[in-house]
Design a protein. Structure first.
Length: 312
């Protein structure tokens, strides 16, 4: 039995418009047919597209801002309106499924079935500064396992999506490409994707990360964008260095990364992320890497540094 209802798909009209504007040749058109988005992803892509319009509406305007944990953890009307739209749309399309959202206190009654995990506006800090690196993230957990993920960056006309067993893909300006991580196995010379460092945002783990020996650092905003860079072969690793992230920050991106051949995410102690645990927030820093060898090297090196410094 199908889990979802059929709806019209403005997302595909949007992609056709972009494709028209970019006038692809017949080979590109034929190539894009091979990467058609699965039905459930089409539905949540439509919702993400609508949420992106909400973000566009408030972008670079004067917004009233509240704060959750501290001044570096803001929430705005854009977050809340996007959240309401996504939760209502998912509840309508998948009435038997549960929903976990960053901007809503309701928790799933169980993680034994299907649970959608959404971040209606990732990188709110950058969004409020008028930057273009924020995203809408939607992931699906089934029987405790990540199975589907989508990241939409509305200000970059960029999508990342994936489904377990079917690969992961990037859509940029109407062109679809299959994602493949790089084969980097050692830290030396590798590329770390990091954050835009704000004045006063001091994170003790940053000092440990600076000692790892990366060859270069690439800055981006949304967690989905950062992990997307790894999945697309443009970076090798990402280390999240605050304790404000939750399941909604990682589920979609983990599917996209692993379907591109990357390692499953783990916490800084080397433990797999447990999406069925009772609390929704991650209480340890987490790591993403293109290969299991690089992931293990990072975790081991950080453990050595921590043994000497007791930073985390």
């Amino acid at each position: 039995m199908s889990h979802f209802r059929t709806i019209k798909s403005p997302f595909w009209g949007f992609l056709l418009y972009l494709a028209y504007m970019n006038t692809p040749n017949p080979a590109e058109v034929e190539n894009s047919k091979k990467f058609e988005m699965p039905p459930e992803l089409k539905i949540v892509a439509d919702l993400a597209l609508e949420a992106g319009e909400v973000l566009r509406k408030y972008h670079q305007t004067n917004l009233d801002v509240d704060y959750k944990k501290d001044e570096f953890d803001p929430v705005s009307v854009a977050d809340r309106e996007s959240d309401e739209l996504l939760r209502a749309g998912i509840a309508s399309a998948f009435p038997g499924d549960e929903i976990l959202s960053e901007e809503n206190p309701l928790q799933p009654s169980s993680y034994e079935g299907r649970v959608w995990m959404i971040d209606p506006l990732d990188d709110t800090k950058g969004y409020l500064r008028g930057e273009n690196n924020s995203s809408v993230m939607i992931g699906l957990l089934e029987a405790g396992k990540p199975t589907l993920g989508l990241v939409y960056l509305p200000f970059r006309n960029e999508w990342f999506y994936g489904e377990v067993g079917k690969g992961s893909f990037r859509v940029k300006d109407g062109q679809t490409t299959k994602l493949q991580v790089p084969g980097t196995t050692t830290i030396e010379g590798s590329r770390l994707v990091g954050r835009h460092v704000l004045s006063g945002d001091v994170r003790p783990v940053d000092e440990a990360v600076s000692q790892l020996g990366f060859g270069s650092i690439i800055e981006d905003g949304s967690i989905g964008a950062k992990i997307g860079l790894i999945a697309n072969g443009e970076a090798d690793a990402f280390i999240h260095t605050n304790l404000k992230a939750g399941k909604w920050d990682t589920l979609a991106s983990e599917v996209i990364l692993t379907e591109a051949g990357g390692a499953s995410l783990c916490d800084i102690d080397g433990l797999a992320l447990d999406y069925t645990k009772e609390s929704s927030g991650w209480d340890r820093y987490f790591i993403a890497a293109c290969t299991s060898e690089l992931l293990e090297s990072l975790q081991n090196k950080l453990a050595e540094i921590n043994e000497q410094t007791h930073i985390f």
